[in-house]
Design a protein around this ligand. Structure first.
Ligand SMILES: Cc1cc2nc3c(=O)[nH]c(=O)nc-3n(C[C@H](O)[C@H](O)[C@H](O)COP(=O)(O)OP(=O)(O)OC[C@H]3O[C@@H](n4cnc5c(N)ncnc54)[C@H](O)[C@@H]3O)c2cc1C
Length: 429
């Protein structure tokens, strides 16, 4: 990157925690903004775009392989920790208005991302990404290229960005599949089925159900079922939905309203629980960040993929903002080393957390593989309750507090190094 000479002035605006923030003009960045490509505009990419829009001096572009962006017709639960991130990004009221209308979150995020970063460039399917000290280059399948300073690989579970740097990374099928359907509440009314008006999880020995009203007039039924019980489930692709007609036999003998719902519900769609190993880092070469499913594949376990993706996007914005402010305080524009520092901060904030979840998902998968459908005794239930993976830490996570802690730790380490006369380098704090 080349920049015009910075022209610091005393004019400041207030940044996070009341810290001073220089405007892009003050930092002399307006001529050569830091160029960032966001590849894939799901939860991770859109949240990153919104979060990065709070950092001056960046030029963010959005790309997606899809021909149009629309609801896929499934419900999704977003946990409080991610809702807090959206609230901090100023989306609180709109998110509140979408309670029980989970399918609409992605479109809300796309709308805000486009307002901040311009329209998503559709039909831009990433083929490969290359990173070097000079910058990063993206090749699309249509033969066009993009080059710039930083790439956010938020291109989902089969991420070509990840494949560019981890060619041996393989995702595999879990031992269970998730079956999902969204249909009119009249299906329940017509069959005289009464279920609680709140979202409910109904656990069984080796399978479970989730029921919830969505927006007015719509209802969702989700079934978590061993793959072996659903013919063909071991060969369909994730997202390549297949229809299941015999749900009633899978839940025969269950609580009568649920058994009846399984009998009358329109065919559900299959989503196999793909999952993959942990990555050693969520960043590559100080230029590329892997966010959301691209950085951590854990199947449908704990209904956490969207939640983690939102936290990833939010946190990346904080990290870039931090280094931008440090550069501004030094009266200079952001440079390549600053991007590397931001990505290093991001890794420290997120890697341990997301890999902890992937590990918990693997252990859940292994336990599910051993389960059968016998009705557990009281002792077995007690043993399960005391030994099963407790993932309260997932919903309780405070992404901003983690970020603040990581920054504080780094500043402390730097101060110690300096007091001992050690060289602290430039890429890291
Ligand atoms: C039916 C269903 C229900 C789910 N329920 C829950 C739930 O209740 N709670 C929860 O937290 N999670 C849930 N998940 C998981 C959650 O949806 C994902 O973890 C989450 O969407 C990941 O977000 P992301 O931004 O990483 O990827 P995605 O949302 O998958 O977005 C990736 C984007 O990249 C684009 N893309 C893909 N390939 C390319 C390419 N080559 N070039 C350019 N762009 C590309 C895609 O078009 C897409 O827009 C569910 C998933 C499914 C399918």
């Amino acid at each position: 990157m080349t920049h015009t000479a910075p022209q610091p002035s005393s004019e400041k605006t207030e940044g996070r925690h009341g810290r001073p923030r220089w405007s892009a003009r003050d930092r002399g960045l307006q001529e050569h903004p830091v160029r960032i490509a966001i590849l894939g505009v799901g939860y991770a990419g859109t949240t990153a775009a919104i979060s990065l829009s709070q950092v001056p001096g960046l030029h963010v572009e959005l790309f997606d392989a899809a021909s149009e962006l629309r609801e896929i017709g499934a419900s999704i639960g977003i946990q409080p920790c991610a809702l807090r991130c959206l609230e901090k990004l100023g989306l609180g009221q709109e998110v509140d208005a979408l309670a029980y209308r989970h399918g609409e979150y992605p479109l809300l995020l796309v709308k805000h991302a486009e307002e901040k970063a311009g329209p998503v460039r559709l039909l831009k399917r990433v083929a490969a990404v290359k990173s070097s000290v000079e910058g990063v280059r993206v090749r699309f399948e249509d033969g066009t290229e993009w080059s710039g300073d930083m790439v956010i690989g938020s291109d989902g579970i089969r991420s070509p960005t990840r494949a560019s740097f981890y060619p041996d990374y393989k995702i595999g099928r879990g031992v269970s599949v998730t079956l999902r359907g969204v249909f009119p509440t009249s299906v329940l009314e017509d069959a005289g089925i009464q279920l609680p008006p709140e979202p409910c999880h109904w656990p069984g020995p080796d399978r479970s159900l989730f029921t919830s009203p969505l927006k007015p007039g719509l209802f969702t039924l989700v079934a978590f079922v061993p793959t072996r019980l659903i013919p063909g489930a071991d060969i369909v692709g994730w997202g390549a939905a297949t229809e299941v007609t015999d749900l009633a036999s899978v839940f025969k003998g269950w609580y009568p309203p649920l058994a009846k719902l399984c009998a009358v519900a329109p065919p559900l769609k299959i989503y196999p629980d793909w999952n993959g190993p942990t990555l050693p880092s969520l960043t590559v070469g100080g230029r590329v960040a892997l966010l959301g499913d691209a950085g951590h594949c854990h199947g449908g376990a704990f209904a956490a993929g969207g939640t983690l993706a939102i936290e990833d996007g939010y946190t990346l914005g904080l990290c870039v903002d931090e280094v931008a402010q440090r550069a501004a305080l030094e009266g200079r524009p952001m440079e390549g080393n600053d991007i590397a520092t931001a990505l290093s901060l991001f890794d420290k904030c997120r890697l341990r957390h997301v890999n902890r979840l992937v590990a918990a998902a693997h252990s859940l998968r292994d336990r599910r593989a051993q389960k059968d459908n016998h009705v557990a005794s009281e002792a077995e239930i007690n043993a399960y309750v005391t030994t099963h993976a407790d993932v309260a830490w997932l919903a309780d996570n405070d992404a901003e507090a983690v970020f603040d802690q990581v920054v504080a730790n780094e500043l402390l380490a730097k101060a110690v190094d300096e007091s001992l006369g050690r060289d602290t380098g430039t890429a890291e704090v």
